[in-house]
Design a protein around this ligand. Structure first.
Ligand code: ZN
Length: 284
């Protein structure tokens, strides 16, 4: 099928859908211009330039995994990273998607931790199943609670000294056991407690509520690293549910299993460009 035809099909499917479930992966944020996780772009140089000089890494992903000598140095990087993420503007593909979803019944399932969807939607519309930089947890998982990170992270970020360390007293500690806190994101100590279960329940309930409707599974930028979180459930559910349809938009990994050849569409193209085009055509 030609690109033009695919865009038309996408618009028709959106218009005809009773319910849309968005599955968004890292490609969505890359399309929004947030490439500093993996690339030495302008944003990386602006926010992490001093860190690069000291530690010789060239993207935020490597910065996050670097083995810092002290907690004070580690939290300096974390606070810079979290403030960069939380204070970022809402990317254009997110805003275009919002226009497309304007009058629709929808839910967002995402592995992105960068909180972009929370700029636009209340938490009940979002399932962030790989955690969320807006929260901290106990690194020992001694109790099942997460805590807002924004205020303390901004305070830390403002107090990073010339050695790129924060004052010891600002290191966040667990109120119950005194261990250091950790950002609530996928890691070896990721807290899969009540909040985590709720994130899963929200999107599963949405699917149950719309299981017999025209439900569109719209996958945006889900890579091949972790197919079990979004891609495989989307494929299985589309296969099982009588009126489901699956569309994937991905510049690299737009895959349509042959079992879904009559219930799906793969658009192998730039996400920002496709969403922009759909937004403009739907407004006509
Ligand atoms: Zn604790």
């Amino acid at each position: 099928m030609k690109y033009e035809k695919k865009i038309e099909e996408l618009i028709t499917r959106i218009n005809e859908a009773d319910a849309i479930i968005i599955g968004a992966g890292s490609g969505m944020s890359a399309a929004a211009g947030f490439r500093f996780y993996y690339e030495r772009d302008e944003m990386f140089v602006e926010h992490f330039g001093e860190f690069e000089k000291k530690y010789h890494y060239h993207n935020a992903f490597d910065a996050g995994y670097y083995r810092y000598r002290t907690s004070e140095e580690r939290w300096a990087l974390y606070s810079r990273m979290i403030c960069t993420i939380l204070d970022a503007e809402t990317g254009e593909p997110y805003r275009d998607l919002d226009k497309i979803l304007k009058d629709k019944c929808f839910h967002i399932l995402t592995t992105n931790q960068d909180t972009q969807f929370t700029h636009i939607y209340p938490d009940e519309k979002i399932s962030a199943i790989q955690g969320d930089w807006r929260y901290l947890q106990c690194s020992r998982r001694c109790h099942d609670q997460i805590y807002p990170s924004s205020e303390i992270m901004h305070k830390m970020n403002e107090n990073i000294n010339e050695e790129l360390a924060i004052p010891t007293e600002l290191i966040p500690r667990c109120p119950k056991c005194g261990a250091e806190m950790e950002p609530w994101i996928r890691s070896y100590v990721f807290l899969e407690g009540k909040k985590y279960q709720e994130e899963h329940e929200k999107w599963q309930q949405f699917v149950v509520d719309h299981q017999n409707d025209n439900i569109l599974f719209l996958e945006l930028g889900v890579g091949r690293m972790t197919p079990m979180f979004i891609q495989e459930p989307f494929w299985n559910l589309t296969h099982q549910l009588p009126n489901a349809y699956y569309i994937t938009i991905n510049p690299k990994d737009a895959i349509l299993p042959k079992e879904l050849s009559k219930k799906g569409l793969a658009i192998h193209d730039d996400i920002a460009k496709v969403l922009k085009e759909v937004t403009e055509r739907m407004a006509e």
